[in-house]
Design a protein around this ligand. Structure first.
Ligand SMILES: *Cc1c(COP(=O)(O)O)cnc(C)c1O
Length: 353
């Protein structure tokens, strides 16, 4: 299926207003966006148009009942100066996994990847090249029925917009093990990048911030004994720079593409990896014994978010200084290097636009 994309280019590029040296994450938007509607059971023609406001009825069901899902991915400039994407098919597949869980229609690959490439190609000058930066891409889909009542919408809208970004977490962060609130539990939608999963995390994060933490480590809903993930990152624990522990994909955590990329790289490098249930007590015991050599979150935005300290039952367990983190420093350098073509792409993760 070839898709047809109407193009309505901006008459007034805003690129000269962007200070590429100092970009605040998520606040600057490139000139264009890609939009396609799903009406009466059919995806319509796609459209590229200037980034800007969209008209919607106050009753659209996404706003009331939460049928809304999203993705997060990045475009970079390769060695030849042309735009390239990192594992875009994985984001496409995951959006459809989220859509299925939320009772939303599947989006065809031609629309998702076709629209993405057209958009990135058109806004290629918005891809920053400063060390650590990228063009963050936000594909998302939401229910647009103009109807009050809890039932799956018949109409949807899919949009992709772009934000130039510099690196996300400049400093290692302090995290708190959350044992009151739950992000997801068995049978829920923890594996989906669904808006509601983030809505329910706001209050717990606000409480953690008040206590001096940057982020939460979620624990399982039944026992609060096992660690799950942190913010929008998957968690890794490194024991004596040899053994790598990460929570197994149990349906309650997001199947991170950065997580998978890290695991493939670590496996190839010969590390011992255990993907399983991980009790917080086990991690704290390693920390107390001075064996927790590294701990970090993985996600598209930051790639690697180093954890400076873990707060558990009122005590903060400090981790080694950032410059001594052998595993996380290597992973960051390797993944960002592959993304920007300074490191060989042995896994064929790069897709040229
Ligand atoms: C997006 C996300 C991640 C990381 O996924 P990536 O594909 O690596 O960006 C992890 N956890 C949550 C809750 C997320 O939303």
């Amino acid at each position: 299926m070839a898709i047809s994309i109407k193009k309505n280019k901006t008459q007034a590029s805003r690129i000269h207003l962007c200070d590429f040296e100092n970009i605040e994450f998520g606040k600057i938007f490139s000139d264009h966006m890609f939009k396609v509607d799903f009406i009466d059971g059919k995806w319509q023609d796609g459209e590229i148009l200037p980034y800007g406001e969209i008209l919607m009825a106050p009753s659209i069901s996404a706003l009331h009942y939460g049928q809304a899902i999203f993705e997060g991915m990045k475009a970079f400039k390769g060695a030849d100066g042309n735009p390239q994407l990192f594992r875009p098919l994985e984001n496409f597949k995951r959006l459809n996994i989220s859509a299925a869980r939320m009772g939303m229609p599947q989006i065809p690959e031609e629309i998702f990847i076709g629209g993405l490439k057209e958009l990135v190609s058109l806004d290629r000058d918005w891809i920053p090249t400063k060390e650590g930066s990228a063009l963050y891409l936000r594909p998302f889909m939401f229910a647009t029925d103009d109807f009050v009542g809890v039932r799956p919408s018949s109409n949807y809208c899919f949009i992709i917009f772009c934000c130039p970004v510099n690196s996300y977490y400049p400093k290692p962060i302090k995290v708190k093990v959350e044992q009151k609130y739950v992000r997801a539990s068995d049978g829920m939608a923890g594996f989906a990048k669904a808006a509601g999963n983030y809505g329910i995390s706001m209050l717990p994060s606000m409480e953690a911030k008040k206590q001096g933490y940057d982020q939460i480590i979620w624990t399982d809903g039944r026992t609060h004994e096992h660690v799950e993930e942190s913010g929008t990152t998957n968690l890794f624990f490194v024991i004596e720079d040899k053994l790598i522990l990460t929570p197994a994909l149990d349906g309650n955590i997001l199947e991170g593409i950065t997580r998978d990329s890290c695991l493939q790289l670590l496996r190839k490098e010969g590390y011992t990896i255990e993907e399983r249930k991980i009790s917080i007590k086990e991690i704290i015991a390693y920390a107390k014994a001075g064996k927790l050599s590294d701990c970090f979150g993985t996600g598209t935005a930051a790639i690697i978010a180093k954890i400076a300290a873990i707060g558990f039952e009122g005590i903060d367990y400090e981790l080694p200084p950032a410059e001594n983190r052998k595993v996380s420093n290597w992973l960051f350098k390797t993944i960002y290097g592959i993304q920007t073509s300074t490191v060989k792409d042995e896994f064929n993760w790069i897709e040229k636009v």
